[in-house]
Design a protein around this ligand. Structure first.
Ligand SMILES: Cc1cc2nc3c(=O)[nH]c(=O)nc-3n(C[C@H](O)[C@H](O)[C@H](O)COP(=O)(O)OP(=O)(O)OC[C@H]3O[C@@H](n4cnc5c(N)ncnc54)[C@H](O)[C@@H]3O)c2cc1C
Length: 440
């Protein structure tokens, strides 16, 4: 059996490594167009913030290490096309093209940043933050003391991580967000408000409800960003407007955003072609529907599950919840499962309960408010999703909530879960217990 994997990053390498361990006698070929594999882009915001300097620390495995483990890895090699009838792909390495046969093709081509047409401008200090090269360039630019005005276009995960990094370096940051609120895909307006206030209180300029129309060069070496609500001056511009799946080369059914449609095991309409990671949809546990969740956690877990499934082993994947977390200033933001927005989108009848409690006892230093929102089934009270925002302890609590949702607990059962208690970490009734008990 010859398995060919297109894309040698989180999804592709997780699949390839696990499949090879499962089936050592099968040929596993990895085709990667960049000169490296297994690059963890999640570290980039912390790299540009100056928390570490060696880009190698974001690379978990070199091509040589992967080859030594038995994988046939080809870097600097791009897949150009697929012939599904002959079960062949065409690849190009340097200037030569080659045809490769496959028995099973795994598409793990990821996604690329959206770069809208904002007109003509010098591209020198306008960046995305996705690759190693982006990271090096952004870090260098942020290190220039003559460049103090940073404009971040897009108030999602990456935009806010870049804000946090640049703010920490003492820069003046303007965040421009088209929606009424930042993180509008992940958090509800009443929950995210406290973070928006904190961003504004930090001295940054947060412009919500504001669309960028054009970027122009200014006379003084910087940029003028034209928006529908006036101009923003900047020395450095970061584009953080989301991602488009890299799926144009594949003539297979796709979702509206271009992500490849696949069943819960990653199989596309062609039983010899599977898709995984940022290029494909996955099965949502509580929504019971395919959704696009472009996260490293999703890519890794789906890939490992697929490697077991295709090797004929038992799999234990329940489905995805889109659990995710983020640090903004002193705040921890975390969410899991269905949001109110998703419930509306899928016409689901849900109940919602929000509380503001305390993260720990008052006599131990560090007591802070913690806001929790639970989304649950109106009749059975089965937990479906939640959001938690606080200054300390939010992220760990979302992990407990993700377990509770996976185990199909009700709000009443959450109210009695035997969480640990000691004064520095919680109160006798943890905030999650309180949220469960308050939900009606
Ligand atoms: C700044 C940043 C921060 C992030 N932070 C987090 C986080 O905190 N938590 C989290 O869960 N996720 C985070 N993510 C998301 C995470 O990095 C992605 O979900 C993950 O990388 C997806 O892995 P993938 O293998 O599907 O795709 P990719 O990482 O995009 O890899 C796809 C690979 O395919 C290759 N390829 C594409 N087309 C071809 C072709 N035709 N031929 C050969 N090779 C090809 C590409 O070169 C690439 O190496 C972050 C992303 C970024 C950019």
């Amino acid at each position: 059996m010859k398995v060919v994997v297109i894309g040698g990053n989180a999804a592709g390498m997780s699949f390839a490594a696990k499949y090879k361990r499962n089936k050592p006698s099968d040929d596993v070929v990895v085709i990667e167009k960049r000169d490296h594999i297994s690059f963890g882009a999640c570290g980039l915001p912390y790299f540009v913030a100056g928390m570490f300097d060696d880009t190698e620390r974001m690379i978990s495995r070199t091509p040589e290490q992967a080859i030594a483990s038995g994988l046939d890895v080809h870097v600097n090699t791009e897949m150009l096309s697929v012939n599904r009838v002959k079960k062949q792909i065409l690849v190009r390495k340097q200037n030569s093209e080659q045809v490769l046969d496959y028995d099973m093709l795994i598409i793990a081509t990821g996604a690329r940043p959206v770069i809208p047409d904002f007109g003509e401008y010098r591209s020198e200090f306008v960046y995305t933050l996705t690759s190693q090269a982006d990271g090096l360039a952004v870090k260098k630019a942020l290190g220039d003391n003559n460049k103090q005005r940073i404009a971040v276009i897009g108030g999602g995960f990456i935009g806010l991580e870049v804000f946090d990094a640049a703010h920490g370096l003492g820069k003046h940051v303007t965040i421009i967000e088209r929606e009424e609120h930042i993180m509008s895909q992940q958090f509800s307006p009443d929950m995210i408000k406290v973070v928006e206030e904190a961003i504004r209180d930090s001295g940054a300029d947060l412009k919500t409800n504001t669309s960028v129309l054009a970027i122009r060069d200014s006379e003084q070496d910087g940029y003028i960003i034209d928006t529908d609500r006036g101009q923003v001056d900047a020395d450095i511009v970061i584009l953080a407007l989301g991602f488009i799946p890299n799926t144009e080369l594949f003539d297979l059914p796709k979702a509206a955003n271009g992500a490849l449609l696949a069943d819960e095991f990653g199989m596309t309409e062609d039983p010899h072609i599977y898709a995984v990671g940022d290029c494909a949809v996955v099965h949502h546990l509580t929504l019971e529907h395919s959704v696009y969740i472009p996260l490293a956690t999703t890519a890794n877990k789906q890939a490992r599950m697929m490697a077991d499934k295709l090797a004929g082993k038992e799999t234990h994947m329940l489905g995805f919840l889109g659990s995710s977390s983020l640090k903004v200033l002193d705040y921890e933001l975390a969410r899991t499962g269905i949001s109110e927005r998703m419930a509306n989108m899928y016409n689901m009848d849900v109940s919602v309960s929000t509380i503001v409690d305390k993260n720990q006892t008052d006599y131990y230093p560090g007591q802070e408010d913690i806001a929790l929102k639970l989304i649950y089934q109106p009749e059975s009270h089965e937990l479906l999703g939640g959001e938690i925002i606080g200054k300390k302890g939010a992220v760990n609590r979302i992990n407990a909530l993700a377990v509770a949702i996976s185990a199909k607990l009700t709000t009443e059962q959450l109210g009695y879960v035997d969480f640990a208690y000691a004064p520095p970490f919680s109160r006798t009734w943890d905030a999650l217990n309180v949220a469960g008990n308050v939900a009606k």
